[in-house]
Design a protein around this ligand. Structure first.
Ligand code: AMP
Ligand code: ZN
Length: 468
């Protein structure tokens, strides 16, 4: 598989450190608010990366942190008159509701900054001991000019960065580009005791501390949105490499921005929709489908039109899936025929092309197109007019599900099996009523089905139902 590495700006063949294993880290949300649709983009695309690597047989160890102490959380706590930890707990819970809705699997570990304070303190101390950090007035800063490769990810030489930066006279820093590893406590803020007095961690240090704790000094993949390249990921590299004396990350992956009216969707511009709001209008799974319709590094624009398109595309997948389920349950014959077996073999070409697209830097846009080609092939090869065998219809459905499962699609109607059982019982009862000439009862059942959003249709295989 080839991955575009933001560090080298090249597509490179993916080679994990340890055969069969992938160590992967994603910078997680700061839990002070509901996540917006822009935040959902890295969640969804890197969830697909993880699923695809697992599909390829790797044992993926995936760490995604929660930043649960930070200026924005403290501000929110003061506004709401509750503690920072109450804010963090509340929005961590809300995060998991949205992540589950979006079909994003929980990471192997979800460490929290506030639960990693001893690791953070030990890491800061190590950086002080080896001269890469210094204490000043209860704060601790990273000494950027001592880390000679500072700027290598964002490709900005330190001199350029320094000339653009201003030194705030209230700062205790030696140089403008030095950044805080530890911040001295201010009145009314949460704090932890440390060798430099009471205080709390800076933002960047938590990822370096959690990454080494859960994945080791060098990891395979580190990912997040493009806006994290500078300063967050640049600073993570400086901290981790200065402390551990070895390469921090082999492959850096960054998703492009989700925009709205061609401006980056962000909390600060106040041009965002929360995932919760968007899910109310279009459904969670539509948001997932929408994200996967573009390559993860391309810009993607959020609009009603594109969400409705994604919704219709998803519906087409469900229609075929449910249709195949119906055919396999109601076929006139059981066993697959020779002709059907041959057709089934021809479908493996779609899986190959799907994998080629995914192997090319996770090109989900092309992978989704291949799924639609597969759907068209199945719709014609396994149509009701051909009286497909039950085995054949079930195998066609399995071929479709093989690919949609890798993208984590077709999950939100997982209970459709229960629904199918209920609908089919009602259909049988209606047939029975008709046979007994109890037309009032038959009509009542038809109305009941209609209320459930189910439409009945006469086909070769008997009465077929579909969602309105
Ligand atoms: P934040 O809570 O701002 O730290 O963002 C959490 C994650 O969402 C980070 O990986 C960001 O890079 C990413 N992100 C934020 N806004 C957008 C956006 N408009 N498009 C894509 N990714 C974004
Ligand atoms: Zn991070």
């Amino acid at each position: 598989m080839k991955i575009f590495n933001s560090l080298t700006r090249k597509k490179e063949e993916f080679q994990p450190i340890e055969e069969g294993k992938v160590r992967m880290y994603a910078c997680g949300p700061t839990v002070y608010n509901y996540i917006h649709v822009g935040n959902a983009r890295p969640l969804i695309v890197f969830d697909v990366l993880r699923r695809y690597l697992e599909h390829k047989g790797f044992d993926v160890h995936f760490v995604q942190n929660f930043t649960d102490i930070d200026d924005k959380i403290i501000k929110r706590a003061n506004e709401e008159g509750i503690s920072s930890s109450e804010v963090a707990v509340k929005y961590t819970t809300e995060y998991f509701i949205d992540a589950e809705g979006l079909g994003v699997l929980p990471a192997t570990v979800h460490p929290k900054a506030t639960e990693s304070i001893p690791d953070i303190i030990a890491l800061v101390q190590k950086l002080i001991d080896n001269g890469f950090a210094y204490e000043a007035g209860g704060d601790v800063y990273f000494r950027t000019d001592k880390f000679k490769e500072y700027g290598k990810l964002s490709r900005q030489p330190l001199e350029d960065l320094e000339s653009g930066a201003r030194v705030d006279i209230n700062d205790n820093k030696e140089a403008a580009m030095d950044f805080a590893l530890w911040k001295a406590a201010k009145p009314g803020e949460p704090y932890w005791p440390s060798p430099w007095g009471d205080g709390r961690p800076g933002w960047h240090i938590e990822c370096s501390a959690m990454s080494v704790r859960h994945l080791g000094t060098t990891i395979d993949i580190h990912c997040g949105g493009q806006d994290l390249i500078f300063p967050h990921h640049e600073n993570e590299i400086a901290q981790s490499e200065a402390a551990n004396g070895c390469r921090f990350v082999n492959y850096w992956m960054h998703n492009g921005f989700l925009s709205i009216d061609n401006k980056k969707m962000s909390k600060s511009l106040n041009n965002f929709f929360t995932v919760r709001e968007a899910a109310k209008s279009y459904g969670y799974e539509t948001i997932r489908m929408f994200m996967l319709s573009a390559h993860y590094r391309s810009p993607l624009n959020y609009s009603e039109e594109s969400l409705l398109q994604a919704k219709a595309a998803l519906q087409r997948l469900y229609t075929t899936d449910e249709h195949l389920a119906f055919l396999s349950n109601n076929a006139l014959s059981e066993k697959i025929t020779e002709e059907e077996s041959e057709f089934l073999l021809s479908l493996s070409a779609y899986k190959e092309r799907f994998e080629q697209a995914m192997d090319d830097d996770l090109n989900t846009a092309d992978a989704v197109s291949v799924i639609f080609e597969l759907v068209r092939a199945i719709n014609s090869g396994c149509s009701p007019e051909k009286n497909p065998s039950s085995e054949f219809a079930a195998l066609c459905r399995a071929r479709l599900r093989d690919l949609t499962n890798i993208l984590g699609l077709l999950y939100s109607r997982e209970n459709s099996e229960d629904l199918a059982a209920e609908v089919e019982t009602l259909i049988e009862a209606r047939q029975q009523a008709r046979a007994e000439r109890n037309y009032a009862e038959a009509d009542r059942i038809r109305d009941q089905l209609k209320e459930m959003g189910i439409i009945l249709e006469d086909t070769h295989q008997g009465i077929k139902w579909k969602r309105a």
